[in-house]
Design a protein around this ligand. Sequence first.
Ligand code: PLP
Length: 394
Amino acid sequence: MKTARRIEALKPYLFVEINKKIAEKRARGEEVISFAIGDPDIPTPPHVIKKLCETAQDPANHRYPESEGLPELHVAIADWYKKRFDVTLDPTTEVLPLIGSKEGIGHIAFCFIDSGNIALVPDPAYPVYAIGTQLAGGRPYYMPLTEENNFLPDLKNIKDFILKDTRILWLNYPNNPTGAVAGLDFFQQAVEFAKQHDILVCHDGPYSEVAYDNYVPNSFMQTDGAKDIGIEFHSLSKTYNMTGWRIGMAVGNAEAIKALRTIKSNLDSGIPQAIQYMAIEALNGPQDSISEHNVIYQRRRDLIIEVLEKIGVKAIPPKASLYIWAKVPDGYNSVEFTADLLDQVSVAVTPGIGYGPSGEGYVRLSLTIPDVSLVKGLSRLSGWRNTRRLTPKR
Ligand SMILES: *Cc1c(COP(=O)(O)O)cnc(C)c1O
């Protein structure tokens, strides 16, 4: 049989390659401590699991789910946006539950990208923005995120001949992988830019509840005019440690939400209903677990940064997100440094180049490493030696 060209064009998903390398080492009996994967290690809050157990008993939830999401879930999402961000959403037309936000992020391209169209994609970034664009027959145009520009894209620098074919502007703050955050002033610029060029803004905001040092991240939807030209993807994955349950949402511009609903209603049959009840419980119930988890992540962040500094690896402590974006030390590129960490101390990190060309020169370390492994990982990291640094001439 012959696969379609779109399959051949897909490079192996970044984490698949890394996992393969790690698996080989583990198969040889070596223990690898991984800072490479962003998947909360802390369990889902007990009251949310309890709701799953209850609702799983009800035969009404054994059948095809309400495919656009239970009306109560739409309301719970709108209420949460009101409580958390003071953003008003129409639960019916401006809210759409997703089978995890990744699903919606992939599918939105099919709503707005025709063959030859362009999506502006941050570089480095979560890989799905570019891959979704390519699968829909479009082209990603990479916007470099640099430290000098606080990891914000320079929208003014994008040429008109690019913009005339552009349909989507992707943004993601708090950012994966750089840990950068964006203020409402930047979001305001993005709204004006998008209106001027008639582009849909897709803001991906799954880390809005993962923040440190009393920093409170914004929602893109808080920006004046955001709803005229944009949508926001959000997720229960990182907020409530629910990555395994697969539930998220898109909110904002009603026309864009309707387009996404149309594509989805033809491809999937919704989120298992007991899981929708978990989401309602998580959004409406006590929120204490969020700050409790942030205390844990912040402590991990500080411990990791301290050890990195000792071995000559510079990193800015992130105000939010689950990631430390660390500068590769002299003498290595990001893949070489990752390989050297694996070889010397059996520690896995993610090479920045995997997130796009401007990720070169960095590696990403995730804060979702259980404390027991963290202690071991830190002691190993502190034993790493830079064997490539040029020794000063005598
Ligand atoms: C984790 C993550 C997501 C996906 O979350 P799900 O809702 O679990 O699909 C989306 N965007 C970014 C940037 C992420 O890091």
